[in-house]
Design a protein around this ligand. Structure first.
Ligand SMILES: Cc1cc2nc3c(=O)[nH]c(=O)nc-3n(C[C@H](O)[C@H](O)[C@H](O)COP(=O)(O)O)c2cc1C
Length: 204
């Protein structure tokens, strides 16, 4: 059975534009592949704690999980990492908050980028271990930053996914959400057209 893992990071619930776009894309991909398992995480409703030192020690040595908090931290990371490993397709809803990703999404990344689990070190640098997956990232932003130095999200997300071996990444942008109704509507329409195109060409 195929698995689609969806990660929504918008904090505005059903009103989050990035979540709405991710939901639409996930629904379209699922309709093309009946029977696909759908794992959906809402990082605002069900946040992941920041990675702390005690939990990080257990990533380096699972035998170091001696306190209840360490065991819980390692178990959460193991669950998130297993969901990621199982997934064939990833769909992210990623808003821009204060110039970058929501910290909730960074916390998820910190729990799944694990040496020996999702990447390994080599003499040439880190090597990703999760190959053959496809990722879609729907970004909503108040301004219009694509192609400018202020687009800190695209490069970071591609680097973070690339670290663990996920290099087939499609971007969807809803820009100008805070620039008035006409600009916002045009930004949303562009994102919806992109989703329609991507869903049409997605593998069955
Ligand atoms: C807490 C917060 C911080 C934001 N910071 C920025 C920002 O730095 N730059 C920007 O262009 N838009 C910013 N915005 C606007 C959002 O990017 C825009 O509303 C987008 O639609 C948010 O995605 P969402 O609807 O999925 O939550 C911010 C919005 C919120 C709620």
């Amino acid at each position: 059975m195929k698995t689609l893992l969806q990660i929504n990071a918008g904090l505005q619930g059903a009103n989050s534009q990035s979540s709405q776009l991710a939901d639409k894309l996930a629904a379209a991909l699922l309709s093309k592949a009946p029977g696909t398992r759908h794992i959906k995480r809402d990082l605002s409703a069900d946040p992941i704690p920041h990675l702390d030192h005690a939990t990080f020690l257990t990533f380096c040595d699972p035998g170091a999980a001696v306190t209840p908090a360490q065991r819980a931290g390692l178990a959460l990371s193991d669950t998130l990492t297993a969901e990621l490993k199982d997934a064939d397709t990833l769909v992210f809803g990623a808003p821009m908050y204060n110039l970058n990703l929501p910290s909730t999404l960074k916390a998820w990344i910190d729990h799944v980028c694990r040496a020996g689990e999702t990447f390994r070190y080599s003499e040439a640098g880190p090597v990703g271990l999760l190959e053959g997956k496809k990722a879609y990232i729907a970004i909503a932003q108040g301004g219009q930053f694509l192609g400018t130095p202020a687009d800190l999200q695209t490069g970071y997300l591609k680097m973070a996914l690339g670290l663990i071996g996920i290099v087939d990444v499609e971007m969807i942008y809803a820009q100008g959400m805070a620039l008035g109704p006409e600009v916002a509507e045009a930004g949303l329409q562009a994102a919806h057209r992109r989703i329609d195109d991507l869903s049409r060409t997605a593998a069955q």
